[in-house]
Design a protein. Structure first.
Length: 316
């Protein structure tokens, strides 16, 4: 997704992070430098807490805890709580305990390094089985900041962490500097504060040759696209992707190319769009019943929408 930045009062910056791109836009040029510093600081703290690719992260410590409860930081507790809530809301379609499946599929290092021939630190480990399938997330317990992850369960917060990070970063900038802000982390967009003249115009398109549309987003909202076109790699002679069907223990069937959802936060939008990829054909009815604006592109390129997707923004 791209943002129209033609308005003269907008200022922006971008940089690589977590195997994707961070794109920051603020409505006051004088605020950009400080805003970027705040976002970079927050993303660094999140990475140290939540990355399963760092030996010094809190998630890595949990992998070595052998089922013993650990007192974790308030930051990690927030991210785990959000992931477990997403699992509850989606009946386990968005499951934070698919880490071992990811490792089995070769996603054992930062995505930017998957094409590397050099084994990562995790590559020599045997991935533990993903047991109990859809109910495995229910075995993870979080009481205040005491987190217990059963031995053999590997947490992967990727399905919710990037979206929650976008929400947190946007809120921090607006609360600290008072300006309007849009933060885009690899297609997960969060918007807070005073909007620019003409509002926030978001171009929804997952690739130059894919169907596109433009939607106007209000402040204090989020929009997210989940896709089976990106974050793909080859493993054991097959093309796989990062959206896991917990019930099957493998990449979800690519019924949809992309699903885009708008909601009150990026976390909600991304939770729903990811669940749609897992639910497949049933997703359109599920989101329609929830009343959320959503745009679907199926495997043949056919575009459909829920009734609440804005008419003026539909593909022509």
């Amino acid at each position: 997704m791209n943002v129209d930045t033609a308005a003269s009062d907008l200022a922006q910056s971008s940089w690589a992070v977590w195997g994707t791109d961070a794109h920051l836009i603020v409505t006051e040029r004088a605020a950009l430098e400080q805003a970027e510093a705040l976002v970079r600081e927050e993303l660094a703290a999140i990475d140290l807490a939540c990355s399963r690719f760092r030996e010094d992260s809190e998630i890595a410590a949990l992998m070595r805890s052998h089922g013993r409860p650990l007192t974790v930081s308030a930051l990690l507790a927030d991210f785990v709580d959000a992931a477990l809530d997403a699992a509850r809301r989606t009946d386990g379609a968005v499951d934070p305990t698919v880490g071992s499946v990811m490792i089995d599929l070769g996603y054992d290092r930062d995505f930017a390094m998957l094409g590397s021939r050099t084994p990562s630190d995790h590559a020599g480990r045997r991935a533990v089985p993903h047991f109990a399938q859809r109910s495995s997330w229910e075995m993870v317990t979080l009481k205040n900041r005491e987190l217990t992850v059963p031995d053999g369960v590997v947490l992967d917060l990727g399905a919710t962490a990037k979206a929650l990070a976008a929400d947190r970063c946007a809120a921090i900038v607006t609360e600290s500097l008072g300006c309007g802000v849009l933060i885009n982390l690899g297609g997960d967009i969060s918007i807070t504060g005073p909007p620019p003249a003409g509002g926030w115009q978001i171009r929804v398109q997952d690739g130059d040759d894919q169907p596109a549309t433009v939607v106007e987003m209000r402040s204090d909202s989020g929009i997210a696209t989940s896709s089976t076109l990106r974050r793909r790699w080859h493993h054991a002679g097959e093309s796989v992707h990062h959206i896991i069907d917990p019930a099957l223990g493998r990449s979800a069937e690519a019924f949809w190319r992309t699903v885009t959802v708008a909601a009150s936060s990026c976390l909600v939008a991304n939770t729903v769009s990811t669940a749609c990829m897992v639910r497949g054909r049933d997703a359109h009815r599920w989101v329609s019943e929830a009343g959320l604006p959503a745009r679907f592109v199926d495997r043949n390129g056919l575009v459909t929408h829920t009734a609440t997707w804005p008419d003026e923004s539909r593909d022509r």
